[in-house]
Design a protein around this ligand. Sequence first.
Ligand SMILES: [Mg+2]
Length: 218
Amino acid sequence: MPLLLVDLDNTLVDRDAAFRAASVEFLTTHGLPTVDVDWIMRVDASGYRPRAVVAQALRERYASLDAGSVQAFIDRGAADFVTLPEATRFALRHAVTAGWTPVVVTNGSVTQQEAKLRISGLASEVAGWVISEGVGVKKPSRAIFDAAAASVGARLEDGGWVIGDAPQADIAGAVGVGLPSVWLHLGRTWPSELPFQPTHVADHLPAALDHILTVTRS
Ligand SMILES: [Mg+2]
């Protein structure tokens, strides 16, 4: 059963849209100006800025707010607002029917990422998942991809594809383990300074799966 090693944030779910919704709720709940949502999104940098740095920026901007409220928002992140697009659910089921084994490979905290998997309904659509905090190693390290394969009783040598939106985590990881990859461009151009490239570039997850199923059909 070939593996589909799939990133979670901004690949399977629109994490940035969910974080924006969570930010609006945070601002509204605490009587803060909702126009600040754009400032929060910039500080957050699609989740790539360390959470402690984001928390510090929020505490400084909203000095009158208690630290617990800021931390609760940071800890929960986008989790309560993630949804699984129907087209993505359909594409995953189609891939499973065609004999593929989807496993989520994500960098992040166990509490937050498992909440996303559960709340979006992804937990019952994939064969398994590995979260960097849980296995003590992050993408692009080979070890997290090995752990993903092992979580479903497979080995990377048995073949598979990697899908993700992050050049340095997902695509570098694929290159490191010798698997082909699909990069979701999300409106960006591939960073030409990188010494590696994805096998294929796609608009969104269903298009990525469609490509993989087409080129591997024998
Ligand atoms: Mg991602």
